[in-house]
Ligand binder design. Structure first.
Ligand code: FAD
Length: 459
């Protein structure tokens, strides 16, 4: 009946996890109201700030998220950092349920000497830079060397390799920021190595991304056939994706240079290095910057996904002026009041219910760990939303007590001088970005300064 109390749910974070959780709740509960809080003025998390600019089709999920945000029972409050501007405790007072979907805002560190030398960057910072993430807008990476080394064998590593080696004409038509496009135009990088501790059967990237790299115009893959000896047999019974991926690497390794017309005169190269674990980033003679990485050679113990890399004792030096560590993102604890498993870097939960905290839930990378594509994140967010719905229906969440939702949080924010950005505010920023991009033939030119975003909407 129309008198039944409306459950108020709040979601922290506006990436895929936040939006898919909200979407599922709104779709499967006729009364639920969902407020989404986001730290940045602008929404969509890694869809805006992670997904590569030359993969525009991946960003189509934004259309679905926009539909959700425009629902009468959904509100978006950007420019609100939970944990700083409002505590999780205050949110729990104001809502029947709180879902934490704030992703993974840090990166794993290598933990080796020289890691902090100029010339060494985390993949997270580098990706944030070319995608216009405000905190990385001044990264200004030094691209004056010829050889770059990417540590990691995942899709993020391949994204970075592709951005470093793509012909500028391909990037110019994307929403890559103007400033990174200008830096890439002056880049001297013409050789990119991707190194991993384990072997070809353990790579984490997928075939679509590998194929894109192999077919990159003006760029030649350099794979060592010896790395693949006997693997054709080893993958005979492997799951199909692994088998096809390995076969593509083998085929590429066996191709003679010049066999692919577009690569005959390739000025740029990339390659995969296996069973190499970084030991130390080596400084130049003046100690001012990175000149290479000493790698420990490894042998594999065990096989398949669980194989372990054990150092053999042999080492090798790899010359490179640019080092990008792409060994994973990492979630951080948000608020001392929320349980956090520092070992695994996730909020301990079962089916999205935060352990020992009724009414508190989590979804996305902070629930599962920082792996998996948007579809994976969608499914686990639907699972979490399902848990909330079950708890609402099962009486575990007391909706007979009405909660004020943003009515309460809004006053708290006002008293602290925080001014939220609404979804229609975002739509103004969005329109301004699209207009700026149009002049340059780009889908958008991102505004990278949050102050400028706020000015634009009259904050
Ligand atoms: P996020 O997308 O990180 O969203 C978290 C949100 O929470 C962010 O908006 C953040 O600003 C906000 N937040 C953080 N702290 C707070 C706080 N204190 N208060 C309020 N809000 C906060 N998947 C694909 O399917 N295809 C791809 O091509 C692809 N490319 C990728 C490229 C990169 C470089 C990376 C890192 C990932 C890529 N992925 C891709 C994976 C995909 O991005 C993730 O699966 C997905 O974004 C995870 O969703 P999430 O909502 O958990 O986290």
């Amino acid at each position: 009946s129309s008198r039944a109390p409306a459950p108020r749910v709040c979601v922290v974070g506006s990436g895929p996890a936040g939006f898919y959780t909200a979407q599922h709740l709104l779709k499967h509960h006729d009364l639920a109201q969902v407020d989404i809080y986001e730290k940045l003025p602008v929404p969509f998390g890694l869809v805006r700030f992670g997904v590569a600019p030359d993969h525009p089709e991946v960003k189509n999920v934004i259309n679905t998220f926009t539909q959700t945000a425009r629902s009468e029972r959904c509100a978006y409050y950007g420019n609100v950092a939970v944990g700083r501007d409002v505590t999780v405790g205050e949110l729990r007072q104001a809502y029947h349920a709180v879902v934490l979907s704030y992703g993974a805002e840090d990166n794993r560190i290598l933990g080796i000497p020289g890691e902090n030398l100029p010339g060494v960057y985390s993949a997270r910072a580098f990706v944030g830079w070319y995608n216009g993430l405000p905190e990385n807008r001044d990264l200004n990476p030094d691209l004056s060397c010829e050889t770059a080394l990417i540590l990691g064998h995942g899709n993020v590593a391949l994204d970075i390799a592709r951005i470093l080696l793509s012909p500028l004409d391909l990037l110019r038509k994307t929403d890559i920021t103007d400033c990174s496009l200008a830096a890439l135009a002056c880049s001297k990088v013409k050789r990119v190595w991707l190194a991993g501790r384990r072997g070809p059967l353990q790579v984490a990237f997928t075939i679509k991304e590998l194929r894109e790299m192999i077919n990159l115009p003006g760029t030649q893959p350099v794979l060592n056939p010896a790395d693949f000896t006997g693997l054709e047999n080893a993958v005979k019974d492997a799951p199909r994706p692994r088998k096809r991926l390995t076969e593509l690497m083998i085929k590429t390794a066996l191709q003679k240079p010049g066999e692919v017309a577009a690569q005959a005169a390739a000025a740029r190269q990339w390659g995969l290095k296996f069973q190499r674990s970084p030991q130390e980033v080596l400084p130049t003679a003046d100690g001012r910057r990175a000149r290479g990485v000493r790698m420990a050679l490894t042998r594999l113990e065990g096989s398949g996904e669980s194989a372990k890399a054990i150092p053999t004792g042999d080492v090798e030096e790899l010359e490179c002026g640019l080092v990008l560590s792409s060994i994973g993102y990492r979630s951080l604890p948000l608020d001392p009041a929320v349980p956090f498993d520092t070992q695994r870097g996730i909020i301990p939960n079962s089916m999205g219910r935060v352990e020992g905290a009724p009414g508190l839930y989590c979804s996305g990378w902070v629930k599962r760990g920082p792996t998996g594509v948007i579809i994976t994140t969608m499914n686990d967010s639907f699972d979490t939303a399902q848990s909330v719905l079950e708890d609402l229906r099962g009486g575990m969440l007391d909706v007979s007590v009405s909660r004020e939702g943003f009515g309460a949080v809004g006053s708290i924010l006002r008293s602290r001088g925080v001014r939220p950005v609404s979804f229609s505010d975002w739509e103004k920023i969005d329109a301004a970005e699209v207009a700026r991009g149009k002049a340059a033939g780009k889908p958008r030119e991102k505004i990278v300064d949050p102050q400028e975003m706020l000015q634009l909407i009259g904050h």
